[in-house]
Each structure stands twice: as C-alpha cells, then as structure tokens.
Design a protein. Structure first.
Length: 332
C-alpha cells in the first residue's frame, strides 16, 4: 500500500511535480472538484489513474493544460471557435473535445481519436501546471462511479493508500464537474455534460450550441467523462423525487426506518430519528454543497437517501439535475 501524504502550498506543488515527472499520481484541487493527476504523455502513468480509481477502460479522462498554447500542442485541429471560447471561459470550467495529437498517450482517450481538454481556474492547479510544464490527465479523485470529492478530506477518504500525495487547496469553488463541449464532429457544437458554463452562456459566443446530455451504460465506451448511467453516486441507495411525491417519501421513511433527506426548503424535512440536510436554494450554492451533502448523508449509514429535486430548470440547475439523475434512482 502507498503511503499517502497531505501537503499544502509551494511545498505541495514541488512534491507533486517531482512525483508527476517520476510517473506517479497526485491529487490536486481545481475550481470544480479535486482531480487525480498523471502525466498525460505517459501511458504507464495514466494507467495508474485507472487502477487507483477502478475506472472502466472505456471512460476517457480530461487533460488539463496551463494555457491555450499548451492546448494547441495536444490537438491536431484548433478551430477558430475554440479560440473564442477559450478567450471567454478559460481558465475555467469548460472542457472542449477536439482531435487528439500524438503528443498525448492514447490512454487518455479510452480508444477514441479525440481528447477532452481544459484549462482550470484554481491557484493550485494553475501553479502546478506551470511548474510541471506539461499536460496533466486528471479525472475526479475518487473511486469510479461514486461521489466526486470537493475537499482534500474527501480524497483521503476515497484514495488513502492509492495516491502518494494530496495537495490541500481548500474546498472547491464550483463543486460540479466542468461543462463538456464537443467540437470534434464538424457539426454544431454539442454539450455532452452540462456544468457551470451553461448553455445560455455558451450561446452568447456560439449561438448554434446544442445540449445533448448523453447517457451510456457503464460497460460501454463514452465520448466524454461523466456520461455513464451510474455516476457521482453515494454507496447508500439514493432516490430523487419531485415535491408532489413528498407524502410518499414520508410514508417510505416511516416504513423503512431512519433515512437521510436532502432538501432545500424547511417545509420538506423529517424529524428524528431521520436526518435532514438542508442545502441553499441558490443554484451556485446548491451545486457547491451537493457532493458534500451526499457524502455526509452516506456516512450516516442510514437505510436510504432521498433527494428533493429542484423545481427550477435551465442555467446551472441543468447541471445539478444531470448529476442527481446519475447519482440517484427514481422513487418507485
């Protein structure tokens, strides 16, 4: 078993660069979630990501770069629209899918000829990429399929003994994974995974952007990270429900014994011995706290988790609903 160290600041970045250059893994914060990083040019290093996470081989990983010039070196085609989008949204939580260059190992693409690439907006991630001076492949730093980590403590709980170093950069600002936009088809740009860079924001730059949130089975190859049908999920059985189903949830809770409820309004709550976790009803704050709430509910080891679905749609709520759809089941 690997001894996992937790470090901060410049010392953490120096240690991380040394490990990355030696073909090892490091976990580090981004503005979205914590990533599990490896040198994106090394097939052996990237394979360690898949092994540590238990990640299906058909699930590609995002490659993180320091700037546009670094991104250009990772792809064979960099269209004018990519320049426009990068100028508006990079550094930030927008991932673009483009044809992969041979400077990257094929393992980052899970057998495809494209690569998902982005420039993160977080001081630790930015400093790490600059110091390493190379592309870093980094999916979320958790066991595959389960709830993404938004603090260093979350990473340690998931990957202690599987990664040599975690850089603690505090809680993540956004809390949901990046928007993934496919620019590789020659057709209209398509959002495969919604995020905090919303459809409405993207259409200000590219009016023909389409939203096509894809779902594939865990055993199938995906065009982008985060598209499998079960993803971001707690280990406790979790169910989503609209407000109209609240009476049924109360009945189920009474019948099944102690459960956890994640809500955003005081009038949908459960008394003891149940546990109610109240999230903000603002979409950005809800997104920032969602994974932490799912983890907290999971750690209580109750009989089930019930999540009240947001009533609003569009904007960032689209990404929130996408994550809940993959992390939970429909109440039946």
């Amino acid at each position: 078993m690997i001894h996992t160290r937790l470090e901060h600041g410049e010392k953490g970045i120096e240690s991380a660069v040394e490990l990355l250059r030696a073909g090892e893994l490091v976990a580090f914060p981004t503005e979205t979630v914590y990533g599990l990083g490896a040198d994106a040019r090394s097939v052996e290093a990237v394979q360690k990501i898949y092994d540590a996470k238990g990640r299906p081989s058909g699930n590609p990983v995002i490659v993180h770069v320091a700037d546009v010039n670094s991104a250009r070196n990772c792809v064979t085609v960099w269209p004018p629209l990519a320049d426009q989008l990068a100028a508006r949204f990079w550094p930030g939580p927008l991932t673009m899918i483009l044809p992969r260059a041979n400077t990257l190992c094929a393992a980052v693409s899970a057998g495809r000829q494209t690569v998902a690439i982005r420039c993160p907006r977080h001081p630790v991630a930015e400093a790490l990429l600059k110091a390493f001076d190379g592309p870093i492949a980094a999916p979320s730093a958790n066991r595959s399929g389960f709830t993404s980590p938004t603090t260093a403590a979350h990473v340690l709980a998931e990957l202690n003994g599987r990664v040599p170093l975690i850089i603690d950069g505090g809680p993540c600002e956004v809390g949901l994974e990046s928007t993934v936009l496919d620019l590789s088809t020659g057709k209209a740009p398509t959002i495969l995974r919604p995020g905090s860079i919303t459809l409405e924001m993207l259409r200000e730059v590219a009016p023909d952007v389409q939203l096509h949130a894809v779902t594939v089975k865990t055993t199938e190859s995906a065009a982008s990270p985060g598209l499998h049908d079960r993803h971001y999920a707690p280990r406790t059985m979790a169910y989503r429900f609209p407000r109209a189903e609240w009476p049924r949830v109360q009945q189920r809770a009474e019948a099944n014994g102690p459960v956890a409820l994640i809500s955003f309004t005081d009038d949908v709550s459960l008394p003891a011995p149940h546990e109610t976790l109240l999230l903000p009803d603002d979409p950005a704050a809800y997104a920032r706290n969602l994974y932490a709430a799912l983890r907290e509910a999971d750690e209580k080891k109750l009989n089930a988790i019930f999540v009240l679905l947001p009533e609003e749609h569009g904007g960032l709520w689209t990404a929130v609903t996408d994550r809940l759809r993959r992390a939970t089941q429909v109440l039946t």
